[in-house]
Design a binder for this molecule. Sequence first.
Ligand SMILES: NC(=O)c1ccc[n+]([C@@H]2O[C@H](COP(=O)([O-])OP(=O)(O)OC[C@H]3O[C@@H](n4cnc5c(N)ncnc54)[C@H](O)[C@@H]3O)[C@@H](O)[C@H]2O)c1
Ligand SMILES: [Zn+2]
Ligand SMILES: [Zn+2]
Length: 374
Amino acid sequence: MKMRAAVLREMGLPKPYSQSKPLSIEEVELHPPQAGEVLVKIHAAGLCHSDLSVLEGNRPRPMPMVLGHEAAGEVIEVGAGVQDIRPGQKVVCAFVPSCGHCAPCREGRPALCEPGAVANGAGELLTGGRRLYAGKNVLHHHLGVSAFAEYAVLSQHSIVPVETELPFSQLALFGCAVMTGVGAVIHTARLPVGASVAVVGLGGVGLSALMGARLAGARQMIAIDTQPAKLALASELGATHTYDARLDNLVELVREETGGGLEFVFETAGVVTALVNAYQITRRGGTTVTTGLPHPHHMFSIPQVSIAAEERTIKGSYVGSCIPSRDIPRFIQLCEQGLLPVQKLLSKTMPLEDINQGFDELAGGEASRLVVVM
Ligand SMILES: NC(=O)c1ccc[n+]([C@@H]2O[C@H](COP(=O)([O-])OP(=O)(O)OC[C@H]3O[C@@H](n4cnc5c(N)ncnc54)[C@H](O)[C@@H]3O)[C@@H](O)[C@H]2O)c1
Ligand SMILES: [Zn+2]
Ligand SMILES: [Zn+2]
């Protein structure tokens, strides 16, 4: 079938993207779903910093590619052998497909699925190969999803059926920002009730972490970002103190306010300085969790002695250590009960044509989540 999609042919074009237009809106060809695959009408797709990192060249991917990995839509058609998924069902996309059979999948850690990582790195579906074409040229899939398009063909293991009346513009956010942020708190850190928490970087992921910390019963929540608008939103979401990340004496101020730092600190900015600050405001015996995905060449250094002498823990968190088929429906229910105000993450919706401008706004740091609606 023919459809419109946002195609990236070259990484690293200069900003502003509204002028350089790295994403071109084109008519492309989508082949039908093969065995184990599903055709989904995409209704909404969020702009995540991980998409921006591909545009910038900080997360190098095979080109050309149809970007977008945080999305929700409706099943149109299922390929041979697909069970438990029917046309008409609403689905949220998961950006790491999980085979269910490899060692991490068997351990209940689908975010680390080995064939899933290989397929995502190659820009292919978990089922193998690609279904997107521009003329005779094959286009790569982004994280098995490629949602900046009217339709997507995905592995059945890249979607989670959901039953909810939440609008698609909110549902999309559960696929990446919410799973990553809430999951980092609940699953990666296993936050105990009454813990003290800081979140460094208040985009879609960081604000979700803040919501997760509130839900999990944090007694103190410090929010840190370079953007005043983000600090204001964090206060609305329950942050007890907010700090401008650009302050020269940020670490001293936070350590003083908290009597030596916080028990759990989440780095959700994706820059090394944010992780350094996060580590330095973690108290003795505390845990620093990092979700940021900076350029692979960026290094993080800390005094080695602090790890042993202060019994410090640094934990990485991918997809919030979630099991998408379990956690997406759960987090949606928590949202419906008013316990996860995901609607507060949504800055605005926009048509596919405005996507380059949208990435300028995301890069500027003022918007939390911008969502393309199809
Ligand atoms: N681990 C995962 O599974 C996963 C999933 C999604 C996104 N990510 C990564 O997480 C990071 C955040 O993603 P996002 O979509 O929320 O990004 P975003 O662009 O929406 O938000 C990043 C925020 O960090 C702030 N910031 C920038 N520099 C800062 C600094 N030095 N100190 C404090 N705050 C600073 C920005 O102002 C912005 O508010 C990115 O690196 C992204 O690639 C990881
Ligand atoms: Zn993402
Ligand atoms: Zn697996």
